[in-house]
Design a protein around this ligand. Sequence first.
Ligand code: SAM
Length: 249
Amino acid sequence: MATSTRLFVTQDLTPDQPVVATSDQAHYLGRVLRLQAGASVILFNGRDGEWSATLSEIGRSTGLFTLTEQIRPQIGSPDLWLAFAPVKKTQTDFIVQKATELGVSRLIPLLTERTQSERVKTDRLRATAIEAAEQSERLDIPEISEPVRLDRLILEWPKERTLFVCAEAGTAIPLAEAAQARKSGAVGFVTGPEGGFSAAELDFMHQSPLVLPVGLGPRILRAETAALAALAVWQAVAGDGISRPPRRG
Ligand code: SAM
């Protein structure tokens, strides 16, 4: 089923108020998609639901949308965080893209002893998340936090939020079992870098009463595989995996 181009905008979506396209959006719509004035698009901003709109004006770097009607009310994504140790650029973008598709509400780049890239370009990660949200028909964008060190993350973790650490070593409960036991409320996952957590980091986390070490099977997964496997299992067992895409009948 062909669907109109979906775009994330930051402006309010209210009837009778035109929405201004960014220059990147105008370039994409006009130059890449070669859309003309009058074309239909779909807009969302994470607050006002999803709206059908018409591209009323399009220029080299300018564009204007006229709202038609709200086609979906705003509903939030699951309260699901992922703190992940960044790996190489492509794989980090892959984690952000897939985690957005899988419905995370917050992505936290995690600095551990063996994290390779200390410099994390959160602007690039946010652009990747926006593109993935547009494609996956989400109604919001995950928050991208500034990088945080592992010890600070654990010490400042909200007490009411379940904290699953994907532990490749030491004792751990199979994630599906842990998810069954903790089916509701706010939750977050922590995954380590390519080099894994250090013994000191694993000890530190095992000592925290908040930390629930979970296992993802007998094989050692790449960092990007582990992050997505954990999110997919959680969503299937305890998240919104039972829901269906709303605009596919
Ligand atoms: N270099 C480490 C080693 O050889 O032990 C492996 C690290 S793995 C590439 C990156 C991260 O993925 C780990 O820190 C952990 O968070 C997660 N991970 C990988 N395999 C896992 C498993 N079987 N169970 C739980 N977590 C796993």
